[in-house]
Design a protein around this ligand. Structure first.
Ligand code: ADP
Ligand code: MG
Length: 729
């Protein structure tokens, strides 16, 4: 059932099911896991002062922090007894340890709260700063003239370097008694890494002996320790990890890999169970005789690329099969996904059914509709958006229900309740990452075993596609239509904006068309709008009526008019907030200017750049930035200059940002992993996917001995919604 799927995918938001003890039937958590799901506040060392801090770090509104949450809060690193640096060379913002001599005490001045202790080594001096700590204690810890080892982070404050509340102050004897390696945890204000470490030790003592759910041969081959041992190793490191190599993540230990693999297997197994169930619900044959496909092919002004032809064949074969299609069409911007979608929809219509194409924005839905009408041959198309007048809308709904419409193109208005089809065969969802999983599923629920094709222009790295879609089938458009010119990308400091404007003068005289994207101000659409309006007026001074403006707050018809004017060449510079980002297609546009490019993410920059370079004329992209650039921003702009390959850019994006944000998955309610890191554990993910497939094939009800252990794994990582599906068959 589709709603079950969504539950599985958004499992983190669910409270664990209530459970009477001693029963491990489907839907009930095995009691062996009880100690791990007990509240963390029952652990030794978690008093009334610490408990709220632990909640802040690991709990959520829906549920308090549990013992398992602490155990899964792995230390970020195990640090060898810290080597001392010198004050002169110590970096700011990172943990350092310094051997220093105490020079002076500076008690709080009138009205101030900070007690400062001036310390020095042979290379320089800094202040240690304490707030609200009794003076006697500070003087005892740091007597004048004493030699001490202090650890902490040096920050710049008012131009001077200081260390606020050192995490540790030791004398020689104290240093000698430190353990060689100490785990460092992500902490929260008021809760230090060392306090967490102590509490975690208490949690480790509660760790039950769990059945092994992994294949013993696989464990042996990879030298993976058992689950409980892996947790112990990670929380009580005895060996320091090897020092990181510049620009590379440190290699993970077998223990950490094991834990990551457990989590990945749980997620892949849950997806595989959902899929198996979906497949069991027979799909329908959506095969036709190809006559509409022929009409479309004849109407297309170009020949399909090899990749397009291949994708069409894959999709049509899938639709013709009896199982239900769930396929991802992945293709970089401009690779021609729309034509593939139309040919797929033709197949459903040939089979006597209807098809729906859902776009994320009004502009795009309209553009798709207008593009498709002349290509559709005998197929009857209609547009349905939230902007339709009531009478119009009523007519559309009636025609859809009566089967008078073959293909409906629309926005999210399509999956509203009132929309009923006579017989929906295929739902195509464009620019998938803009929609949540729920919306996609809601559309699928509009008919009986609807085939689903999801199209995305944000190239999803394979690792991510696997994570979110499991063994969803994937077609890739890895070939651009012939005759495309490379896009020249340059970065320009904003101080040189006058030169850019002068360059536009020349370009406009030569007949070019220009997008000018205004700064993205994440906090407020209205601020975006103000910036765009200002730029619009400024450019109007130079180019008069040739300048148009479009932004997200415009009423729909005005948006259409602005887009129309630009597409028709009545305006030739289109100043825009990021509304043009997704999918807009004006082949004559050859110049893309992006202001404050340093504020955009890589994927977004790539999407924006993809708006040009769509025709046969050479195109360019100007990334205006305001310096100084941070490291990540610099890396992004370099990447944009160096590559046009969406897949490489997406992989790099993943590396720079981490998996959580790449797809905007936060909005769609899917949680990131706690133990696995997609940036580095991609190989494990593939293995987990294969493993999960095999398990479901051989033991679909998880009733073997390993199967029962795997149920424990699913509960442990809160993927148990999938277990209910097994029961429901
Ligand atoms: P996207 O994959 O970004 O959605 P579109 O479907 O909008 O790409 O196609 C981009 C442009 O390329 C459109 O103008 C389309 O007409 C054109 N196009 C698509 N396929 C081909 C092809 N095989 N040969 C030439 N042009 C093509
Ligand atoms: Mg598109």
């Amino acid at each position: 059932m589709t709603s079950d799927t969504s539950q599985t995918l958004s499992h983190r938001a669910e409270a664990p099911p209530p459970r009477p003890s001693g029963d491990d039937g489907p839907g009930l958590r095995p009691s062996i896991l009880d100690p791990l799901f007990a509240p963390a506040r029952g652990l030794p060392g978690v008093g009334p002062k610490i408990a709220p801090l632990i909640e802040k770090l690991l709990g959520s509104e829906e549920r308090p922090a549990r013992v398992a949450d602490l155990l899964f809060h792995l230390p970020q690193s195990g640090v060898a007894r810290p080597l001392c640096g010198s004050i002169r060379d110590a970096p700011t913002g990172e943990p350092v340890t310094l051997g220093v001599t105490v020079v002076a005490h500076r008690p709080p001045m009138l009205g101030k709260r900070a007690f400062r202790v001036l310390v020095e080594d042979g290379t320089g001096d800094i202040s240690l700063v304490f707030f609200g700590m009794p003076r006697g204690r500070i003087e005892k810890m740091l007597p004048i003239g004493a030699h001490r080892y202090v650890s902490g982070r040096i920050d710049l404050w008012d131009g001077t370097r200081q260390m606020v509340h050192p995490s540790r102050i030791l004398d020689e004897a104290g240093l000698a008694s430190l353990p060689a390696v100490e785990p460092i945890y992500g902490a929260t204000e008021g809760l230090t890494s060392r306090v967490i470490s102590k509490i975690v030790h208490g949690a480790l003592d509660r760790l039950p002996v769990l059945p092994e759910w992994q294949d013993p041969a696989y464990l042996a081959r990879n030298r993976f320790p058992p689950f409980a041992e892996a947790l112990r190793i990670e929380h009580r490191p005895e060996e320091a990890p090897p020092p990181p190599v510049e620009g590379q993540a440190p290699p993970a230990s077998p223990a950490r890999k094991r834990l990551a693999y457990d989590e990945l297997l749980a997620s892949q197994l849950a997806l595989a169970l959902v899929r198996a169930r979906q497949r069991r619900k027979a799909g329908r044959v959506n095969a036709g005789d190809g006559h509409l496909k022929e009409q479309v092919a004849a109407a297309l002004p170009f020949a399909l690329t090899g990749a397009q032809a291949r994708a069409v064949e894959e999709i049509r074969a899938d639709m013709a099969a009896e199982r239900r299609m769930l396929r991802l069409l992945q293709g970089d911007v401009g690779s021609g996904k729309t034509a593939v979608a139309l040919l797929a929809m033709a197949s459903a219509v040939e089979a006597g059914r209807q098809a729906a194409l859902m776009a994320p924005t009004e502009i795009l839905a309209r553009q798709h509709y207008e593009r498709l009408v002349p290509l559709a041959g005998a197929m009857r198309l209609r547009l349905l958006t939230g902007r339709d007048r009531a009478a119009e809308r009523r007519a559309t709904l009636a025609d859809l229900a009566a089967g008078e419409i073959d293909i409906v193109v629309g926005t999210h208005a399509l999956f509203q309740e009132a929309v009923a089809f006579r017989d929906l065969g295929l739902a195509v969802v464009d620019e998938q990452h803009r929609f949540g999983v729920h919306q996609r599923l809601a559309l699928g629920a509009k008919g009986e075993a609807v085939d689903i094709l999801v199209m995305t222009a944000t190239p999803i790295p394979r690792t991510l596609a696997l994570t979110f879609f499991g063994d969803m089938d994937v077609s890739v458009l890895d070939e651009k239509p012939a005759g495309r010119q490379p896009i020249k990308t340059i970065t320009v400091p904003v101080e040189r904006i006058d030169e850019v404007v002068a360059g536009l003068h020349r370009a406009l005289q030569a007949g070019d068309r220009v997008y000018w994207i205004c700064p993205l101000v994440a906090e407020s659409e209205y601020v975006d709008l103000a910036a765009a309006a200002e730029r619009f007026e400024d450019l109007q001074k130079h180019f008069g009526d040739a300048v148009g403006l479009i932004h997200g707050k415009m009423p729909g018809p005005e948006k259409d008019a602005a887009m129309e004017a630009f597409a028709a060449g009545r305006t030739r510079v289109l100043v825009s907030t990021t509304v043009v980002e997704v999918g807009v297609d004006v082949p004559e546009a050859t110049i893309m200017v992006i202001e404050h490019a340093e504020r955009f993410g890589l994927a977004q920059l790539h999407q924006l750049r993809g708006r040009v370079g769509r025709g046969s004329k050479a195109s360019s992209c100007l990334l205006l930035y305001r310096g100084p650039l941070g490291q990540v921003a610099k890396a992004r702009l370099e990447m944009m200059r160096g590559s046009e390959d969406g897949f490489r850019i997406a992989e790099e994006d993943l590396r720079l940002r981490g998996e959580g944000e790449v797809l905007g998955t936060r909005q769609s309610g899917m949680a990131a992993f706690r133990l696995a890191r997609l940036e580095s554990d991609g190989d494990l993910l593939e293995a987990a996917r294969d493993d999960a497939r095999l398990i479901v094939e051989r033991d679909p009800r998880l009733s073997s001995e390993r199967g029962r252990a795997l149920r424990v794994l699913l509960y442990l990582f809160e993927r148990e919604a999938a277990i209910r599906l097994i029961g429901a068959g």
